[in-house]
Write a protein that binds this ligand. Structure first.
Ligand code: FES
Ligand SMILES: [Fe+2]
Length: 451
């Protein structure tokens, strides 16, 4: 497949002092075509309804982190469209996902998170124990037909991988292990279950949830949205991997510490380091020694920063694992990061039935300091419309970058609504993950012939 002239991502990591692991040597492209993709999937209320029927009830989705329900009684509510689940840990230590609706007259049972002894409906007080068994019915004499067995709280499937709680609304669905395909093998070196939630921030973004996901799965947009990073980010060198037999995940590898092909002829190693220092990525005044490169200098700085901030010894990791963006999608709405350099997590969810709005969550998943106990997970911070990602100090230098993305996503949504074109035209290589995402989406939610 045609890609940017000049060094490939593989050429760049060939020159690294500490070699990359085998998983970063894998490459795969799938021929997904070059045709335009229809835009109605971002705009139509009817498509939101069809996703509610044909997508969300048929996928394994991440509800939260295992550490959110570490102890018996811990609980939180996961809402997806009109569906809502109470995720909790029972007294016996098992995870459960109960549909968040009272079996008396349907009231929403719980909001938010909390430690529970029982689940008590706020309307008339019907009560269930944590095992989902009916425990109390006020004025029981008035309900002669209620049988306890039939009033067990209905459950969704629940499972875990990578320290995440996954749920599936269909009790008959195939197991999570099948759904994840080859993804767990890719993360063997970066066990996300051994991370903790160092920051968790969520906000409303006025775009379709798919626009939000698609805004993060290519680096083609660096030249437009994050141009200040071009001196030390090899945007067009990026590798995009779509495996023909893997529907639910794909990947990109972005080299950091090398200048963008857009500007490499005007960028010396020292100048790149001087600019990186302004972003706090290396110490001010850092010099590139004879025989070194901007990348090797930034790798050393990253190793030191990671060790200082997390206590992790990076000596067993390749340069690419501490420096580069190693990013995977998990269908439909998750972006996960491998390696140590970008310990991020993104999730986009629909916002009720509005095609023009979504809920976007960012987590920082940091390694647990060596020998230390798992720190308590950060509480979710909700950002109001006027607040910025950059207002959250725990997000460090990722916050201002997210604000640049935040500005563009609603512009895409608004622009699409003003468009007279029925489709969007994607780059064949750099936007291949978007095409892959849309192909899998269409397998779940086919567009009607007349759409
Ligand atoms: S609706 Fe829940 S107890 Fe009446
Ligand atoms: Fe971005």
């Amino acid at each position: 497949m045609t890609r940017c002239p000049g060094p490939s991502y593989q050429d760049i990591i060939d020159a690294d002092a500490a070699a990359p692991p085998a998983v970063l040597r894998e490459t795969s492209t799938d021929s997904l075509g070059a045709h335009d993709l229809p835009v109605d999937v971002y705009l139509s209320a009817d498509y939101v309804r069809r996703e509610a029927e044909e997508l969300w009830p048929k996928v394994w989705q991440i509800a939260g982190r295992v550490e959110d329900v570490a102890n018996p009684g811990d609980s939180f509510v996961y809402d997806i469209g009109e569906n809502s689940l109470i995720i909790l840990r029972t007294q016996a230590g098992e995870l459960r996902a109960y549909h968040n609706s009272c079996l008396h007259r349907g009231t929403r049972l719980r909001d938010g998170a909390g430690s529970l002894e029982r689940i008590r409906c706020p309307f008339h007080g019907f009560t269930w124990n944590l095992e989902g068994d009916l425990a109390d019915v006020p004025c029981r004499w008035d309900f002669p037909l209620i049988e306890d067995d039939a009033f067990h709280l209905p459950e969704a499937q629940i499972d875990t991988w990578g320290g995440f709680v996954f749920v599936h609304l269909d009790p008959e669905a195939a197991p999570l292990e099948d759904y994840l395909e080859d993804l767990p093998r890719h993360f063997e070196r970066w066990p996300l279950e051994e991370r903790f939630v160092a920051a968790r921030v969520e906000r409303r973004v006025t775009c379709n949830w798919k626009i939000a996901i698609e805004a993060f799965i290519e680096t083609f947009h660096i030249i437009g949205v994050h141009a200040a990073n071009l001196p030390f980010f090899g945007d067009a060198n990026s590798q995009y991997d779509v495996w023909p037999d893997q529907r639910h995940h794909d990947r990109m590898l972005n080299a950091s510490g090398v200048p963008s092909p857009h500007i490499r002829h005007e960028m010396s190693d020292q100048r790149a380091i001087d600019i990186a220092a302004r972003f706090g990525m290396v110490e001010p005044g850092t010099q590139v020694p004879e025989g070194a490169t901007a990348r090797s200098v930034m790798v050393e700085a990253s190793r030191k920063r990671i060790t200082d901030s997390t206590g992790v010894d990076t000596s067993g990791f390749g340069d690419a694992e501490v420096q580069d963006v190693i990013q995977y999608s998990l269908f439909p709405n998750i972006v996960l990061f491998g390696g140590l350099g970008s310990p991020l997590f993104y999730r986009a969810r629909p916002d009720g039935d509005d095609p023009n709005s979504c809920l976007f969550e960012v987590m920082l998943l940091q390694p647990i300091p060596e020998g230390a106990e798992r720190p308590a997970p950060a509480k979710r911070r909700w950002l109001e419309e006027h607040e910025k990602w950059g207002d959250v100090p725990e997000l460090s230098y990722f916050g201002p970058v997210l604000d640049e993305d935040q500005d563009i996503m609603p512009r895409v949504q608004r622009g699409l609504r003003a468009s007279r074109r029925p489709g969007i035209s994607l780059g064949v290589y750099q936007e291949s993950r978007i095409r892959h995402f849309r192909r899998t989406l269409e397998e779940y939610v086919p567009r009607a012939e007349s759409d």
